[in-house]
Design a protein around this ligand. Structure first.
Ligand code: ADP
Ligand code: MG
Length: 548
């Protein structure tokens, strides 16, 4: 390397920035805390919303941690790791994203204090690990059973998950979600199995959230293709076709030389004959409804209409799959291969006007294990946020059923785990005890934040909450954000799945441990980051690479 050999040992490319030791930890913790603080105020029913405006000026208004973080463009690696926490939580459970991120931020904040007291990061990591394992154990201990027959509880899980996201309509949506899930759930060895693909969410702007509906079957955001077709077919026999009902245009440039008008007529007749033949095939198979993934030629439409067949074109692939499942049909690629055995069944297929737009409803399907949730709302922002709320709620209810366990929220379960962790810490002793106690305190960020959103004094509230949990029968005491008092979360039916809480602990403690173990940040290779390089030396950037 053409570099000054008398310099200190240089093993980094030019322009690279390096931060080591406590400074590195401090920066990572600072960033992680900032990310957590960005979503903290959205926690719970009294949480606030965030408005995010992207580069193109598109606006998103959301209360959902995962959504907010994924829309913010976060650059720093520590910040990105926090975003990952939200993503993992969203993928694994579909709810509890804010909780996970806020706990991670709080774990790091408490760790910072320990670092200031000269406790080595490896001790903190060890203590945190023990605490996380114990916390999950305690959660499982205090959790209660739930099964498919507990309909009211399932609805309340959905409602707990949605409160704060859709101001009104949580009750109605909760009912729909409970119905949708209990309907598509199957039981295997006494455990509920839920295939979320069987619930299709369709959004439509217009009306209000309360107009949302559960449809026993599939809703297509399409219209019947030809006005001469029936808009309603009962006892429908449905053909699913994934190729175009059109004459294929030749792939190579082809010239057809026509020398007299008769020939032209013969040519057109031929085309018409082929299309007519396709329609005849559909009719012979006994289909009364055709749902086509591609286009349908005008002439074919005309003959289908003449036969009284209802047809829809350009149906989405995912809808075709759902339709095949719901109606028991087989998707056919060549119309000429269609037979009666390929047809699916539905009690009724009809076109309905929803806020001025036509949609086709395929209802009363053979396999009732497929349903659609039609989410409505006054404006696009409302519908989008309602859809996110529904997504979270569906995740929460199915997570509760998958594991078969629930906990009570409002910060009550976190307070209980914190209380029991402190007892556990005493049995460990030494410096790790301090780390475990810090972990316990970090978990209390949940009741503390809920108290803040309700306008309660966070410190007084925590003191009172701790004393409730140290007394008998205090396990389910948490924050009532509406009355701004301590209250029984069980009595108030604030119910959450065990899995939301254990997953949040797992992801939050993992990211905290990972960040604590870092004592060296090396950023930039100097290749693209011009500013760090003195002018005149620019040409050397290209020679970068480690020079060890
Ligand atoms: P997350 O993204 O973590 O799910 P939420 O904004 O949905 O964040 O808030 C979840 C928190 O709000 C949980 O701790 C839950 O117990 C609490 N919560 C939900 N409903 C209530 C309620 N009615 N009263 C108090 N706390 C509630
Ligand atoms: Mg939630």
């Amino acid at each position: 390397m053409a570099q000054d050999q008398n310099q200190q040992v240089v093993f980094l490319p030019e322009g690279a920035r390096r931060t080591r030791g406590r400074d590195a930890q401090r920066i990572n913790i600072l960033i992680a805390k900032a990310v957590a603080n960005a979503v903290k105020s959205t926690l719970g029913p009294k949480g606030m919303d965030k408005m995010i405006v992207d580069d193109l000026g598109d606006v998103i208004i959301s209360n959902d941690g995962a959504t907010i973080l994924s829309e913010m463009s976060i650059d720093h690696p520590a910040g990105k790791m926090m975003v990952e926490v939200a993503k993992t939580q969203d993928d694994e459970v579909g709810d509890g994203t804010t909780t996970a991120v806020v706990i991670a931020g709080s774990l790091l904040e408490k760790a910072e204090k320990l670092l200031d007291d000269e406790i080595h990061p490896s001790i903190i990591v060890k203590g945190y690990r023990q605490a996380a394992a114990k916390a999950k154990e305690i959660y499982a201990d205090i959790a209660e059973d739930i099964s498919l027959s507990d309909k009211l509880l399932l609805k309340q899980i959905a409602m707990t998950s949605m409160t704060g996201k859709s101001a009104e309509g949580a009750e109605e949506l909760g009912e729909l979600i409970m119905k949708a899930i209990t309907q598509i759930a199957t039981e295997e060895n006494g455990k509920a199995v839920i295939e979320l693909d069987n619930i299709k969410i369709e959004k439509k702007v217009g009306g209000s959230i309360k107009d949302s509906a559960l449809i026993q079957g599939i809703v297509l955001d399409k219209e019947v293709v030809h006005s001469g077709m029936p808009s309603k077919v009962e006892n429908a026999k449905i053909a699913l076709i994934d190729s175009a009902m059109e004459i294929k245009s030749p792939e190579t440039d082809t010239k057809v030389q026509i020398s007299d008008p008769d020939q032209l007529q013969a040519f057109l007749d031929q085309e018409e004959k082929i299309l007519r033949g396709m329609v005849q095939k559909v009719k012979d198979a006994g289909a009364t409804v055709v749902l086509c993934q591609k286009g349908i030629d005008d002439i074919a439409q005309h003959y289908l209409a003449k036969e009284g067949i209802l047809a829809v074109r350009r149906v989405k692939k995912s809808d075709m799959d759902a339709l095949a499942k719901a109606t028991n049909a087989r998707v056919v690629s060549r119309v000429n291969d269609l037979t009666s055995a390929d047809l699916g069944k539905a009690a009724i297929v009809q076109e309905k006007k929803i806020s001025g737009d036509d949609m086709v409803f395929v209802e009363g399907c053979k396999n009732p294990k497929s349903v659609s949730l039609l989410v409505r709302g006054g404006t696009e922002h409302v519908v989008d946020e309602a859809e996110r709320a529904v997504h979270d709620a569906i995740g929460a209810v199915s997570a509760a059923l998958n594991v078969g366990k629930i906990l009570y929220g409002g910060g009550s379960c976190e307070a209980e785990v914190a209380f029991k962790l402190r007892d556990y810490a005493k049995t460990i002793g030494g410096r790790e005890q301090l780390a475990i106690e810090a972990f316990a305190e970090a978990l209390e960020v949940i009741p503390r934040t809920l108290a803040e959103t309700a306008g309660m004094d966070p410190i007084d509230t925590l003191v009172a909450l701790r004393s409730k949990h140290s007394a008998k029968g205090g396990i389910t005491i948490g924050i009532n954000v509406y009355s701004a008092k301590l209250d029984d979360a069980k009595k108030n039916k604030i119910i959450e799945p065990l899995k939301v809480k254990t997953q949040a602990i797992t992801s939050a403690s993992e990211v905290a441990e990972m960040l604590l173990r870092i004592d060296d940040i090396i950023a930039g290779t100097g290749k693209s980051r011009g500013p760090a390089m003195p002018p005149g030396m620019g040409g050397m950037g290209g020679m970068g690479g480690m020079d060890m």
